[in-house]
Design a protein around this ligand. Structure first.
Ligand code: ITT
Length: 196
């Protein structure tokens, strides 16, 4: 059974493929299917956006589709950038500008008030069938300067609880074992297995 990973974010795609490579289904990316228009991300929640993206992909391709909507919720910014994480600086997908803006907004906020969480909602939509949404969260804090080259997005400024390294300094397997996306994908696995 083929399942489409409906993301245009290269960093996410690498992680999703890595997590599902030994899973119960064969995963394909958007590069393997005919192009279709990108769904606008207008939802107020990660779950709404993930479902909208997975529904669009399933309708356009006829394949069971998985979409991930994720972001960083920063305590001192009342949970922002949240669903706006990919375009916090005003340009979609400019990871460096997003991260620099966020660091500037936090400024000198003391360590004890630099708490944050990565959040992931993952949706699985089967054409004409079931819709499933699962969640994963990864708590930690925001450091004062970026460190590390692994991962993508806000990884260089996020230190997970119990760690001194940023998530961009973790090995890929270490990130997957603890991350919001890893948790969500492990929750999705039984639903993927049920497709076969
Ligand atoms: P698709 O909708 O095509 O999947 P997107 O980049 O638009 O791609 P989102 O709207 O879900 O996806 O944005 C997620 C943003 O949150 C992403 O651009 C990163 O900046 C950030 N993010 C999510 N997961 C992350 C992770 O594991 N590490 C670092 N940053 C992450």
């Amino acid at each position: 059974m083929k399942v489409l990973l409906a993301t245009r974010n290269a960093g996410k795609l690498v992680e999703l493929q890595r997590m599902l490579v030994d899973g119960p289904v064969e995963v394909v990316g958007l590069a393997d299917v005919p192009e279709f228009p990108e769904a606008p991300e207008t939802g107020a929640t990660f779950a709404e956006n993930a479902l909208a993206k997975a529904r669009d992909a399933a309708a356009a391709t006829g394949l069971p589709s998985v979409a991930d909507d994720s972001g960083l919720a920063v305590d001192a910014l009342n949970g922002m950038p949240g669903v706006l994480s990919a375009r916090w600086c005003g340009r979609h997908g400019d990871d460096v500008a997003n991260l620099e803006l966020l660091l500037g907004q936090l400024g000198d906020v003391p360590d004890e008030r630099r708490g944050a969480a990565f959040v992931c909602a993952a949706a699985l939509v089967v054409p004409g069938g079931r819709e499933t949404v699962v969640h994963g969260e990864w708590t930690g804090r925001i450091v004062r300067a970026p460190r590390g080259t692994n991962g993508f997005g806000y990884d260089p400024i996020f230190v997970p609880d119990g760690e001194e390294r940023t998530s961009a300094e973790l090995e890929p397997q270490e990130k997957d074992a603890a991350s919001h996306r890893g948790r969500a994908m492990r929750a999705l696995l039984p639903h993927l297995a049920a497709l076969t």
